[in-house]
Design a protein around this ligand. Structure first.
Ligand code: PLP
Length: 418
């Protein structure tokens, strides 16, 4: 039999996504009838509103390719939706639709021949691999619990002033409310950051995928303070519970010149267009402001209640954690237990999460997956292990998140017994 010469050493280094790995470990424990508290995988537990699913069913026959930039009525509906809810002054011409915002993030990075991508640590898992796939250098700036895991203007300014290759465009990805920390920035913080961004001509991708799930109804966007250099990224995945539908968008300001045309070029050579029936259904979702309002406020009420509960319980046993301000994540820091954990041969966040999974079935993701140093005993806790379907449909709104309460209790008991 003829053998092909091995190609392995020509392949890129590919890390298995730690998010999916935890999901797999959870599933295999569940298959063996062992309880798993699924705090690892951060998928929206809420159903897509039935009116929107119905629109999708009715649009199933739409088999044509749509234009690469996206269905015009959808882009108009998105502009209007964000104008009404968040006072953004957007025009449909400056919006591009993609098969999820993730591919659009990559398209922007791939639009640059050369760039440096700057990421606050902790940040979402996919930015760094995407930067590398696009051939760019990725740099982490580590933030701290005391600063609520926020990038500070001083830190950003210092980094920019000391950059070796200051002619290479700098792309900063700023995600708020944050996956993994649940924290968001207020207006004065954004204004101060914007001053530094302007001083150093930083191109910012504001990843606002969780903006509609901000618990305080008034959402602050960096685009208000830095409109000329701020690309906003969002989509249906989180607020509409439609991650698998793969519908995202980006607003790219005209001040960024040819960037939109270049991104459209990359899109046309990769995904061609977001699926047509999904674009039609998404148009309905963004046009029906009243439905979105109702749906979002039920989610936000429940998520903030769960976040408050988890934060209180964990804080009581000396875990350092900030209550979430949006989305569905907490970023517990177990550094108080460093010595006790050492005595159990636990030195890294990966060791900690794997022991928690094996001993008590609590699935968390290690801080190292989000750019934290491996010895930082931080983790991400996604508090979405509940039946969102029942809760959204429940008229009485009895907020039952028993499974989460049990998981948090297991975790606290385990820490108390160390
Ligand atoms: N950005 C962040 C911070 C996310 O958490 C996710 C999804 O988990 C995405 C982007 C990608 O979302 P989409 O489903 O629109 O590709």
């Amino acid at each position: 039999m003829n053998k092909l010469p091995t190609i392995d050493h020509f392949l890129r280094e590919s890390k298995h996504s730690e998010t999916l790995l935890v999901n797999q470990m959870s599933l295999s424990r569940a298959e063996n009838n062992q309880t798993v508290y699924k705090f690892g995988f951060g998928q929206s537990p809420f159903p897509v509103p039935k009116e929107i699913s119905q629109s999708l069913a009715e649009a199933a026959h739409r088999k044509e390719y749509m234009n690469v930039q996206g269905h015009v009525p959808l882009r108009q509906a998105i502009a209007n939706f964000h104008q009404v809810r968040e006072s953004k002054k957007w025009h449909a011409d400056n919006i591009i639709i993609g098969a999820g915002s993730k591919i659009l993030l990559f398209c922007v990075m791939a639009a640059f021949e050369k760039a440096e991508v700057l990421l606050p640590a902790p940040s979402w898992v996919s930015y760094e691999p995407q930067a590398k796939l696009a051939g760019h250098k990725a740099t982490w700036l580590t933030t701290s619990f005391d600063n609520k895991w926020h990038l500070t203007p001083e830190q950003l300014d210092e980094f920019c002033c000391n950059r070796e290759d200051s002619n290479t465009p700098l792309i900063l990805v700023l995600n708020y409310p944050s996956n993994p920390t649940g924290q968001t920035y207020n207006a004065s913080e954004l204004a101060e950051l914007a001053t530094v961004m302007r001083k150093h001509n930083i191109i910012v991708i504001a990843d606002e995928i969780y903006s509609l799930l901000t618990y305080e109804k008034k959402y602050q966007t960096l685009a208000d303070f830095y409109p000329e250099g701020c690309i906003v990224s969002s989509g249906l995945s989180k607020w509409c519970g439609a991650g698998g539908w793969r519908l995202g968008f980006m607003h790219i300001p005209v001040q960024l010149g040819k960037l939109m045309q270049t991104v459209i070029g990359v899109a046309s050579e990769t995904y061609s267009c977001a699926p047509s029936p999904i674009q039609i259904a998404a148009t309905q979702a963004y046009e029906n402001l009243e439905l979105a309002d109702k749906f979002i406020s039920k989610q936000v009420d429940l998520l903030s209640e769960i976040s408050e509960y988890c934060t209180k319980e964990l804080t009581q046993v000396s875990v350092k954690v900030h209550q979430a301000e949006g989305g569905f994540y907490l970023f517990p820091d177990f550094s108080y237990f460093t010595e006790k954990l050492k005595a159990h041969n636990i030195h890294t966040s990966e060791q900690l999460t794997s022991v928690l999974m094996n001993e008590i079935g609590v699935a968390l993701l290690p801080g190292s997956a989000f750019g934290m140093h491996k010895f930082s005993l931080t983790t991400r806790l996604a508090f979405v292990d509940f039946e969102g379907e029942q809760i959204v449909n429940d008229v009485a709104l009895t907020h039952d998140f028993e499974k989460i309460k049990q998981g948090i209790k297991q975790l606290c008991d385990w820490l108390n017994a160390l």
